[in-house]
Design a protein around this ligand. Sequence first.
Ligand SMILES: *Cc1c(COP(=O)(O)O)cnc(C)c1O
Length: 381
Amino acid sequence: MDDGLPTIQMVDLGRQRRRLGQRLDAAIAAVVDHGRFILGPEVARLEEDLAARTGVRHVIGCSSGTDALLLALMAWGVGPGDVVFVPSFTFAATAEVVVRVGATPFFIDVRSDTFDIDVGGVDEAIVAARAAGLRPVGVIAVDTFGQPADYDGLRNVAAGEGLWVLADAAQSFGATRGGRPVGALADMTAVSFFPAKPLGCYGDGGAVCTDDDAMAARMRSLREHGRGRNKDDSVYVGINGRLDTLQAAILLAKLEIFDDELVRRQQVADRYTAGLADLTTVPALAPENTSTWACYTVRVVHRERLRTCLEEARIASAVHYSSPLHRRSPYSGYPTAPAGLAVSERLAHEVLSLPLHPYLDEDDQFRVIRTLRAATATSAG
Ligand SMILES: *Cc1c(COP(=O)(O)O)cnc(C)c1O
């Protein structure tokens, strides 16, 4: 059928690189020439640009999205005896950082429409955790596949109970909810610049956004081994968690085309929805949200058969996430929502992510849609 056609990748960074061309080369060369590789001027410039973009007071660049989550927990002083509510249908890092600081993750189910944390589930879990003698301190909400969680609902619940809300916005930087940008929706927001994320660098990178001056100052210290005013003064036990100057320079170049890329991502998502909505469960965007479309994830019945058909047609696909965290051995001993995690478990069997990047052209995308339609017709029943 599609013999001889090139493979359609999940994310193709080559087109973006060609578009950036000389601008990117110059940005990298400038850093190599000035030589301030650690916390050089590009890091500060990126932090200012991202703060201006989101309207938050502070953006702190750091070494990864995982370390962004970790720095936020460290700044709040989360530790042994503390309980942090996290969704089970997410990437491992969301719960990993909670265990890493010695606290207890408490797994909550997600909504079947948006795949984001179920606010009602958090409410019930707070009661259950307290009844079990545990001490809830906060909630990490994940903006799954690029769509912001229900922060209004979460902050209502959290404020009444004295909990903080941390946004795991590893996939959603650039999205909005109720017209407000991701970064400004929670008490603190962790962003990832992993290469395949919507705003990616050429290695690991991340950032934390917050309006809290004291937390920002603490995280700036924590990312540099807890340094004080002088380099050889320690005021906290920190980490080596800085963002490289080279990565900041690359991100500054990519930021210039990021808004255009977000528009293109939405166009690709719209074409998938138009081509697949009658045949599979396509992603549902809450009316108050925009998404970065970090993943375009459908729910299907005969997933493995469909994946085989896609593979034979040289089309990449991915499964995020094939098991919920509470089912994985390192996390299986932690408390779970009293009502169970039925949605997370079902999604793990049904989700299928399709190729999506700003430069996926219409012909390639119709090849994906055509292949899926043909495969679904033969898989029916
Ligand atoms: C990618 C991702 C992370 C981790 O980001 P890194 O930059 O790879 O450390 C955390 N949470 C979620 C939901 C992610 O998708």
